[in-house]
Design a protein around this ligand. Structure first.
Ligand code: DAH
Length: 349
């Protein structure tokens, strides 16, 4: 680095340090023409001097950051009032809080996309509650008291009891809302209209957290009831839905499973939309991705909603919504969604 460059950095350094003393914040310093002129210079400087020059800029940046931290802690010029409306804290000479526009979170964005697909397929949308009770979580869904399948849902419960002396439950699945929509719309069955719902919801399980498991995640439940509904309708609906979300035709593979609230019950895998069954990292080189549980709604569940299972049948499914999005975008770690990492979030702007 030549002497001229050294002097240039030094004089900018002195100017910026004095601005810190005057109370200017670090964000505006790093955006100042002074600091930016150094970055512009870096682009045109001869190659052999670039590394050295870059290092000097970095050091200056670190020094400015640490000085402004010192000043910030020693002399708070105008305290932030955390209870005041946002613009009260912006009204001084220098805004106290950065005023950058936020963007829609990928969870909201993808959820909206999925609900739009459901809506276009003729499903109504209703959200599942985030605190519930034993009846909706278990009993209404044909899990009697003491049923071993209750243990599969590692649910969080409150120490406070409800009027039946049972704890409240942080729902571990969106199936809690099946009985609600069945009861709400059963009258329209007699008018020849099906019951058809997409039910998004946030659910909670006492899981060990790892790249594929979160204690707090989202599901989308599907419910459809009418006369003459069969497994074929279930498969065709899911195939269309998946195809619309992944924007390509996907194959479905089913295997028998057990859920107390469906009979028969299945677990469904879709052909990997990334590699078209050739095998890749996303599908662990199997060509298939297990995605959801589903089945024909158990007669006891229909009876709990006063719907006659001799006349009406229906299907339901529950799908891990974050997993769907992870497959679509090749996201490796479910924890990114709630991490607040800007480098992750900015990819979805
Ligand atoms: N509630 C189940 C779970 O979270 C998923 C599920 C399976 C939902 C089958 C359904 C269904 O509606 O029919 O494990």
């Amino acid at each position: 680095m030549n002497n001229g460059d050294k002097q240039q950095i030094e004089s900018i350094r002195i100017r910026l340090l004095s601005k810190i003393k005057d109370g200017e914040n670090i964000t505006s310093l790093l955006r100042s023409t002074d600091f930016r002129s150094l970055l512009d210079e870096l682009k045109v400087i001869p190659k052999d001097q670039r590394a050295d020059f870059g290092k000097q800029i970095n050091e200056l940046k670190k020094e400015l950051e640490s000085k402004s931290r010192e000043v910030g802690t020693l002399s708070v010029k105008q305290p932030i009032d955390v209870t005041a409306p946002f613009d009260n804290n912006q009204s001084g000479k220098e805004p106290l809080l950065p005023a950058e526009l936020g963007t829609t979170h990928p969870i909201s964005k993808e959820m909206q996309r999925i609900l739009d697909i459901g809506y276009r397929m003729g499903f109504k949308v209703v959200q599942a509650p985030e605190i519930d009770d034993d009846y909706h979580m278990f009993s209404s869904l044909n899990f009697p008291e003491g049923h071993p399948a209750r243990d599969d849902y590692d649910s969080f419960i409150t120490s406070q009891k409800d009027k039946h002396n049972k704890p409240f439950i942080a729902p571990a699945h969106t199936s809690t809302t099946q009985i609600r929509v069945l009861k709400a719309d059963k009258a329209q069955l007699e008018n020849g209209l099906p019951i058809a719902y997409f039910i998004p919801g946030r659910v909670f399980r006492n899981e060990d957290v790892d790249p594929r498991h979160e204690h707090t995640f989202y599901q989308i439940e599907g419910v459809y009831v009418d006369k003459n509904v069969t497994v074929a309708n279930l498969m065709a609906t899911l195939k269309d839905f998946m195809g619309a979300y992944y924007e390509k035709e996907v194959e479905l593979k089913s295997q028998p499973f057990y859920f107390p609230f469906t009979e028969p019950s299945f677990e469904f895998a879709i052909s990997c939309p990334f590699c078209d069954k050739k095998g890749c990292r996303v599908c662990s080189y199997t060509g298939w991705i297990e995605l959801l549980g589903c089945g024909m709604i158990h007669p006891n569940v229909l009876k709990n909603a006063d719907i006659d299972p001799e006349i009406y049948t229906g299907f339901a499914w529950g799908i891990g919504f974050m997993r769907m999005a992870m497959i679509k975008y090749g996201i490796e770690d479910i924890r990114y969604f709630h991490s607040g990492r800007l480098d992750f979030l900015r990819q979805f702007i």
